[in-house]
Design a protein around this ligand. Structure first.
Ligand code: GTP
Ligand code: MG
Length: 373
């Protein structure tokens, strides 16, 4: 294996050291016995002695996921249909949250609405008896890793563009995130109730940025809506269901859960509180979990309507208590076999996080300045 010193190489070749050094000099390489020689030189020298060099590449260090077998492929027959995860993206103030509130208002059954709906930025609604999970994203941060990851955990992106404002910087950013993650985009042209609304202008601007409306001969669905009057919202939901159906989304519900932290905070009374979107498996009350360097046992679990639940399957959001620290939004969370494994992984993550930070500190660039600490 590499790297190798002249002396070690001579040993490997089973040739006297002096002969190797002589050959090296013949090649114009002045190397003492403890110097390291490169691959090409090794091959040349070995050839001189009529031998072949077998170069063994250093083994890639296993990721923690691999080491602990946290993620693995499920078999086709284990996969069951799961609800779509739909992320709402777009420029600041274009109406993302209003649109979601409107959807929630008309599609959360009154029996469900009994509890106080907490703002967790992720919730599931029933549309024609089909579940759809929505994720809200803020438009104000210039470039959040949450939005970047949001594109990866999402199946469909709803791009909200205000009809009175048109395509703006964060509209473009959302388009590029969704495109690079290969996520289908449905455009909601919002605020069409406003007198200054201009739907065609929005379509024109989107066309200039690579999205051609279906009714203009392209393949991007664009639905004019108003979060204020509710106009167009049913059509938008219909389009979401259609798109979801085509995607044939599936996951294995019968395994230890893997999810993503959507939001996390420290609650004064309850401790670290995290909203998890389950992606694979089923997360259960009492599970031992780990996310980054936070670990613990789930000692309380509620749904998006603040009701106590015992489990959450694929594509379902859940708020959990019991973690040792506040995890990072966007990080993965794993259910593991026991407390010891959870803590071991958290400790390893802490270590590698420290290493990463050291190497980051060596490269101060403009980009690093915007990194979250
Ligand atoms: P950020 O999360 O800050 O990026 O904003 P947002 O995209 O979630 O926008 P939000 O829903 O907070 O709406 C911004 C403003 O636009 C609010 O004052 C809403 O009342 C208003 N608004 C949203 N949708 C509509 C609409 O369809 N029509 C009209 N007239 N106003 C709307
Ligand atoms: Mg909002």
């Amino acid at each position: 294996s590499m790297p190798i010193t002249v002396k070690e190489f001579a040993n490997e070749l089973n040739v006297p050291l002096a002969q190797v050094i002589t050959k090296l000099i013949g090649l114009g390489v002045m190397a003492s016995q403890n110097e390291i020689i490169d691959e090409d030189t090794c091959i040349l020298i070995a050839d001189e002695f009529g031998k072949e060099v077998n170069i063994v590449q250093p083994e890639e260090e296993k990721s923690i996921e691999e080491e602990f077998g946290l993620d693995f492929e499920d078999k086709e027959f284990q996969l069951k249909p799961r609800p779509p995860v739909v992320t709402v993206m777009g420029h600041v103030d274009h109406g993302k949250t209003s649109l979601l509130d409107e959807i929630k208002k008309s599609h959360v059954r009154t029996s469900e609405a009994g509890g106080i709906t907490q703002h967790i930025g992720a919730y599931t609604v029933n549309i024609d008896d089909k579940k759809v999970t929505f994720l809200d994203t803020p438009g104000h941060e210039a470039f959040t890793s949450m939005r970047l990851r949001g594109a990866q955990i999402t199946d469909i992106a709803i791009l909200v563009v205000a009809a009175d404002d048109g395509v703006m910087p964060q509209t473009l950013e959302a388009i590029s995130h969704a495109k690079s993650a290969n996520v289908p985009i449905i455009v909601a042209i919002n605020k069409i109730d406003k007198p200054s609304a201009n739907i065609d202008r929005v379509k024109q601007e989107l066309l200039e940025n690579g999205l051609l409306a279906e009714d203009w001969g392209g393949d991007t669905i664009m639905v004019p809506v108003s979060a204020k009057t509710s106009e167009g919202i049913d059509e938008l939901l219909e389009m979401i269901l259609l798109e979801a159906e085509m995607l044939e989304l599936k996951a294995n519900p019968n395994r230890r859960a893997i999810g993503t932290i959507i939001e996390a905070k420290l609650d004064k009374g309850k401790g670290p509180m995290a909203t998890v979107l389950v992606q694979k498996g089923t997360l259960r009350f009492g599970d031992n979990v780990v996310s980054g360097f936070s670990s613990g046992r789930i000692r309380a679990m509620t749904d998006d309507k603040n009701r106590t639940i015992k489990k959450a399957g694929p594509s379902m959001p859940a708020v959990i208590l019991g973690l040792s620290d506040v995890p990072n939004a966007g990080d993965l969370i794993y259910a593991v076999e026991d407390e010891k494994v959870a803590r071991t992984i958290a400790d390893k993550n802490k270590e590698s996080n420290r290493e990463n930070r050291i190497s980051l500190n060596n490269r101060v660039s403009l980009e690093n300045l915007f990194d979250r600490i």
